[in-house]
Ligand binder design. Sequence first.
Ligand code: AMP
Length: 191
Amino acid sequence: MLNLVLFGPPGAGKGTQSQRLIEKYNLVHLSTGDIFRANIGGGTDLGKLAKSYMDKGQLVPDEVTINMLESEVNKHSDVKGFIFDGFPRTEAQAKALDAFLEGKGMSISGMVALDVPEEELKERLKKRAIDSGRTDDANPEIINNRIAVYKNETAPVKSFYEKQNKYYAINGLGSIEEITSRIFEVIDAIN
Ligand code: AMP
């Protein structure tokens, strides 16, 4: 199995690159942000709860997010692997994911991290807001909050995978194709 964590700050290109990876490696794509947005669209209780955090650029609480992710994984059996996009975003989530996968006889193959400078992220998010209609991309205050949350709570997840020798940094600048081929190179080396 190939189980990848796609990592990087908001606007790094995780969603775009995930699409290319699922095609090439036939993986199931699990984006916690997308699942929350689908729940918001469907007016579920989970959606209402998630929205109250997402609207402020804060993380949805770990317990809620972990339970949701685990039940999504459990919906799929007999698959080639998963791409976890936007998860884990805290050390507690990373630990929970490891324990959960271990219980299923699975593990993370590697974390692929997209490195993009902050100014470029802000530019990309502004552009994405126009196409996606995502309100959390349109408001500079929310964007700053999401980047701050990334630095304080999410960046430490890097060392969690570094300690396991599973961390692979990718230069996230350049054309979409260039970045994709850098990621393919890393994955083909570990796969
Ligand atoms: P994303 O689509 O990955 O940019 O996520 C959008 C928003 O969903 C984030 O700003 C958080 O509020 C929430 N979210 C997504 N994934 C997680 C996660 N793993 N833990 C907590 N909150 C999350």
